[in-house]
Design a protein around this ligand. Sequence first.
Ligand code: NAD
Length: 491
Amino acid sequence: MKNSDQKNRNLDDLSPLDTRKEWKLLYYKPGKPGLEEGYKLAGICRHCELKEMCPIPKPEGGVWRCSYYRAFQKKSNLYSHVLEQLEKAKDVVPFDDDICKILTETMNEIVVHFPVKMKDGRVKVLTGYRVQHNNILGPFKGGLRFHPSVDIDEIKALATLMTWKTAITNIPFGGAKGGIQLDPADFSREEIERISRRFTYALGNNIGPEYDIPAPDVNTNSQIMAWIQDTYMSTVAPNERNRSVHVVTGKPIESGGSQGREKATGQGVVFLIEKWASDHGMNLEGATYTVQGFGNVGSWAARLMKKHGSKLIAVEDVTGAILNKESIDPDDLAAYVKVHGGVRGYLKAEPIDHVTFFTTKSDIFIPCALENQITDATAELLDVRLVAEGANGPTDPQGDKILQRRNIAVIPDILCNSGGVIVSYFEWLQNKRSEFWELEEVDMKLRKTIIAAYERVQDAAERYKVDLRTAAQIVALARLEIVYKERGIFP
Ligand code: NAD
């Protein structure tokens, strides 16, 4: 048998479901959870051919490993979960069918393919998305995500969640989301800058300070927002430039960002944990918590919990999971992650696997990574009183049912992580008014806004005798329904 036949036969054996015979070589650090899902396409490891678990040197040093996983066109199921949740609310409150019909579709779905020159001189064509779900309450608003799992369904789901979030919090924005399908680890900083700028150029006037305002999300940050801002401002007419500063939020302070925006999502999560704890007689001093995802949201939530004397005991991120039952200092861990890119190898805690992480007993679990992490498998493992959803869509519908059956309280994503968009609104307002608010003012206004949203959701939960997730959905739909009824459908 020829070498290539052998290769094809083995590919078939390994991937009976994959008719496209496309494979991706994945590099991962041992212990990294959940890699199989969401990755797609292409290439054969020239180092090990079809052998699994072949240790190879990581380009920047250190040892990574390569492995083959079945390549598949990822079907993001988050969108169907989002629509399922809408139906659940509709079963409780008979919202207008026509209005729900509008809200189950996204208004605009923009897909751009754009070329970018890589550092080796070659050109790569990347695919980027911007989905604008609804703007009846105000300009489209939502983050930009750089991740291999990004596809149109994932972005549609996240854009829809943004509409609910802005409706619950009573801020005058609609819902949108965007992203580029890429793994940032495959690109240098200069390449990421060129990708961000070229994506902005490709989107053109599909974004704009009064129309659609991006912000950071997974694997994007204030630096990327500054590049987007600069590209947008450089491509509009000269007399429009200084009126376009607020085309993005989550910018660096010096470029028009707001005090408190970087920590805002984590801060909002912690304000709501404080509220829930005081309503349910949980003393946060000495309470234990675990955090999944130690990026912007997770690290800030963890660090702000420390102020209450709560103890962080386990953390999981894309590089692995760690445990220290005595407590992990979140500031020290954040400094470590900044240097090493993840929690793996942190010596003041022991490495644990994914199952042990989920089984670790604590008072509060704060998921701040990706969607679909609390599933029928992991929801049974959790031994906590409260799940505070920093991430978008971290709990799938089966996981949600199990949490309810096990009486584990949940502060749902569309409420819990809304601190980011609330302070993005404050940043946008400051830019429009040429104002600069102090941190205390931002924090005070954030607290007031997010607690008021919590109280609206809690009132709905009591009134309709439903869980907080369904109640949050009801509050969002009720606000949108009022506005649609007042304005009617054009023409
Ligand atoms: P980030 O890129 O700063 O951090 C993501 C973290 O998740 C990293 O620590 C990464 O290692 C970890 N991670 C990724 N895949 C993982 C996996 N399979 N298992 C465990 N950990 C994994 O992103 P972020 O901005 O902190 O966003 C995190 C979540 O919060 C996302 O769901 C995002 O949509 C949501 N969110 C973010 C904001 C914001 O302001 N940044 C606002 C609202 C909601």
